[in-house]
Design a protein around this ligand. Structure first.
Ligand code: HAH
Length: 334
């Protein structure tokens, strides 16, 4: 009874955009469902450097264009994901023809050309870009992650990236995006990083909290503290990749073919508490994006445990709303 289910994005109209990460496959198979519940899209992989710009002289826009055309047809906005990242970025970006490390200027010139080309193609359609993704190191002793961006360009590569992105499209909002963003140690490093970028005059407009969480953590208190700290910088907040794994990150359990009743109940409670909190901070949060439109299209099937299923989203594999969906909807009525 698809038609009796209220639209998630319409329920949150005036509070947040409600987004989903999609692929060409999910918009082809589940397009009507996606257009019913979401008014913002993120290409899960199709705008990443290695997919859209695999070789120096070759862009491949086919998949990203298909997603952008779908978004336009349905009047949805988009989030651009992502320009500068240590993963899914081809080696040629950082190398000379002989394989030796490219100079700082060459890497920055390549980024400039890439950002101009990709950002201008989707200008006006994308309202926020994840300019830099996951630059902070998880290990508590270190600060910046050791990446090829850092080793070729130097410590100011983030500042340069935000300046380059701003030149490429002065009208789009520019975000720093990361995961484990509620962990107190990493949270403080993200805060320090964005603070220093703002102090240097870099055009950073927002922080993306990925929100790859699970049934057991982080606590609502930790989420609240992270939101408050980030919002205190005066930047906008987007929840960019929300999902609630049925398993703790180091849990290797592989025996389940469907969620237990207890998992289903915990998922409902978690989404209820999380959306109640988001609503409380609606003055700072503009957008909440799920990393997948339904359980039929979650990256957590097979990650981090190969072959294992997961059920992290408010809609099941048949695109039916779970109790968690209704608990999210309820938060718009209180
Ligand atoms: C995210 N990394 C990326 O931003 C996104 O582009 C990708 O499709 C999936 C997740 C998160 C991540 C993590 O939660 C744990 C380990 C590595 C990466």
């Amino acid at each position: 009874m698809e038609n009796q289910t209220p639209s998630l994005y319409q329920a949150y109209d005036g509070m947040f955009k409600i987004g989903a990460a999609v692929s060409t496959r999910t918009i082809q198979r589940e397009g009507e469902f996606i257009a019913t519940h979401y008014n913002s899209l993120t290409a899960e992989n199709q705008m990443k450097f290695e997919e859209i710009h695999p070789e120096e002289d070759r862009y491949d826009f086919a998949a990203a264009d298909e997603i952008a055309a779908f978004a336009k047809r349905h009047g949805m906005t988009m989030r651009g994901h992502t320009l500068v990242w240590h993963n899914q970025t081809p080696d040629w970006v950082f190398e000379e023809a002989d394989g030796s490390p490219a100079s700082r200027e060459k890497v920055l010139d390549r980024l400039r050309e890439h950002a101009r080309t990709v950002m201008s193609r989707y200008r006006g359609q994308i309202s926020a870009w994840d300019v830099v993704n996951e630059a902070i190191e998880d290990k508590s002793e270190s600060y910046l992650r050791e990446t090829k961006w850092l080793s070729t360009v130097g410590e100011d590569y983030l500042e340069q990236a935000f300046r380059i992105a701003h030149e490429a499209d002065p009208n789009v909002q520019l975000f720093y995006n990361d995961y484990n963003e509620t962990d107190p140690v990493k949270r403080d490093k993200i805060h320090r990083l964005v603070r220093s970028l703002l102090d240097a005059g870099a055009p950073v407009h927002g922080i993306g909290m990925q929100a790859h969480w699970n049934l057991y953590g982080p606590s609502l208190e930790e989420i609240r503290e992270a939101i408050e700290l980030y919002a205190s910088l005066g930047v906008r907040l987007h929840i960019t990749e929300l999902d609630i794994s049925a398993f703790r990150f180091d849990d290797r359990r592989t025996d389940l073919l469907e969620p237990t009743a207890e998992m289903q109940e915990l998922l409902t409670q978690r989404y209820e508490g999380i959306f109640r909190l988001f609503r409380e901070y609606r003055a700072a949060i503009d957008s909440v994006t799920f990393w997948g439109a339904a359980d039929s299209g979650t990256w957590l099937d097979g990650f981090p445990v190969r072959g294992r299923l997961n059920w992290p989203l408010p809609f099941d594999r048949q695109l039916q709303p779970k109790p968690a969906f209704w608990s999210i909807l309820d938060q718009t009525r209180v």
